[in-house]
Design a protein around this ligand. Structure first.
Ligand SMILES: *Cc1c(COP(=O)(O)O)cnc(C)c1O
Length: 480
């Protein structure tokens, strides 16, 4: 209500006096068909916050308030919306339109249906997690995946822990605490999210012994560094970067031979481990776990949720005597894998028994190997849907832009893709990006050259329709 004759102050007084009290709204909410089912604490908090916001707006911008804002029905609607947002999950399903397949910030890998089902089945019931059903006595939680990991990798023994960072820490602590670990300078990597090999090594109590130079390390560098203090020779897969040009690195096979000669264990942190040779599908060479086992590494660690496409986990495979020492380390208890992860991991690993099945059913692999032609089809569908919104302000176009593997896997690889760009006259790409991000479910795209870009490589079929609907809402919201 704007009263032209009133001073702002009088008008504010007038509006403030008309605000109902908290108790009055509580009474009304108790009869409201939606709010009556909201927990009392949430209801009261929503009422208080709604009134507080309105009060602040009356004081700061009274000209934006009129009679309608003080109507009971409007207030109750505001309270309902606030209650709904207070009750919504913080962790929510999010649409990844970035084209980065293994997107660590968006949860890395989506699980295969078989993994989701097995996990759900185990979650709500008791299980034989640590119970040996044949002998009717206590069993080991590691047995659920050990045989499978051995079968797939060719290793003698295996186990799974919380993540690969934990696997590296645990192996270093077991094999080299208080001893020197020889590692090439070119492999002292930092993985996103502040995992630095030198820092993890320090925490394990092992002493880093760097050899070689950033771009070149030779077998003699390792050999010259070996002394009576040496506990381990370590090789780290330089996941997220590549040194090109005048380079030299020692192969795992040669390092393993050196280790045998000096009776020292050789460990490899593979980073993004994987059981399928992706070069046959046109992707760059990423070493497989089997390669590392047959090259002679004594212990190998890798992630469950990078190229493998399973849940967050750290997998350790290698020599039986070494794995026995690792399992006996008290630190293992602090880093252990939980039963839901174990269920998802087991189901994922089973899919790898049949390569075609793994590629068809594990979303990470399927997305990485999706052909450009198929993505172009999805891009066209998305573009069509957006054009059907028939808003003159919207410009929709297709672009040949690459997707990325992400997760520190295949760092230089550009996967040919077909992306959809959208711009909205009168609004920046940043505004559009934030509006999509604020939606339910949130949609995460990327911005390039001041254009909002969406890459359908990482979109599920049903998400195209969700995106079109979200744009429909945004167009209504973002008026000129
Ligand atoms: C990703 C990565 C890690 C950490 O693995 P998480 O599963 O994320 O803990 C360790 N080492 C290398 C080489 C990696 O690429």
């Amino acid at each position: 209500m704007t009263h032209p004759t009133m001073s702002i102050n009088d008008q504010q007084q007038h509006l403030l006096r008309r605000l109902p009290g908290v108790d009055h709204l509580i009474l009304l909410a108790q009869d409201d068909p939606v709010l009556r089912f909201v927990p009392k604490t949430i209801m009261v908090r929503s009422i208080r916050e709604t009134l507080e916001e309105l009060r602040r707006r009356i004081l700061s911008a009274p000209q934006t308030i009129d009679e309608d804002h003080l109507a009971q029905s409007f207030l109750l609607e505001q309270v309902s919306q606030k209650a709904a947002s207070l009750q919504a999950s913080n962790l929510q399903r999010t649409i990844n339109a970035t084209g980065v397949v293994i997107h660590t910030n968006l949860g890395r890998s989506c699980l295969a249906q078989a993994a989701v089902s097995h996990m759900a089945g185990i979650a709500g019931r008791y299980s034989n997690l640590e119970f040996n059903l044949e002998e009717g006595r206590r069993g080991s939680r590691y047995s659920a995946v050990e045989e499978l990991l051995c079968e797939l990798s060719g290793a003698e023994a295996a186990m799974a822990v919380n993540n690969n960072a934990a696997a590296v820490l645990l192996c270093l602590e077991t094999l080299a605490r208080g001893k020197a670990v020889v590692v090439s300078r070119g492999e002292l990597v930092e993985i996103g999210g502040s995992f630095r090999i030198p820092d993890v090594m320090a925490k394990s109590g092992a002493v880093l012994k760097e050899v070689g130079t950033t771009n070149r390390t030779h077998l003699r560098d390792y050999q010259n560094a070996i002394s009576t203090d040496t506990g381990l020779l370590l090789k780290v897969h330089t996941s997220n970067f590549s040194i090109v040009g005048f380079t030299a690195a020692v192969s795992l096979r040669d390092l393993a031979a050196l280790g045998r000669q000096f009776n020292l264990p050789v460990m490899e942190d593979l980073g993004s481990g994987n059981f399928i040779d992706l070069t046959q599908y046109g992707l760059a060479a990423e070493p497989t776990v089997q390669d590392s086992v047959s090259a002679g590494a004594d212990v190998i660690t890798f992630s469950g949720d990078k190229l493998l496409g399973g849940p967050q986990a750290g997998l350790i495979v290698g020599r039986r005597d070494i794995l026995e020492r690792v399992k006996a380390n008290p630190l293992t208890r602090a880093l252990r894998i939980d039963k839901l992860t174990l269920a998802a991991l087991e189901a994922t690993l089973r899919l790898y028994r049949d390569e075609a099945q793994a590629i068809a059913q594990i979303p990470t692999l399927r997305m990485l190997l999706t052909q450009r032609s198929e993505i172009e089809g999805r891009a066209a569908m998305l573009a069509d849907g957006l054009r059907r919104l028939e808003d003159d302000r919207l410009t929709v176009a297709l672009h040949d832009l690459p997707s990325r593997a992400g997760g520190g896997s295949l760092p230089l690889l550009e996967l040919p893709s077909c992306c959809v760009s959208v711009s909205l006259a009168g609004h920046s790409a940043n505004r559009l990006e934030s509006a999509l991000r604020a939606g339910r479910p949130p949609i995460i795209g990327r911005i390039e050259n001041d254009l909002l870009i969406m890459d359908p490589r990482t979109l599920h079929e049903e998400e195209l329709e969700i995106i079109v609907r979200a744009f429909g809402e945004i167009l209504k919201l973002l008026t000129d």
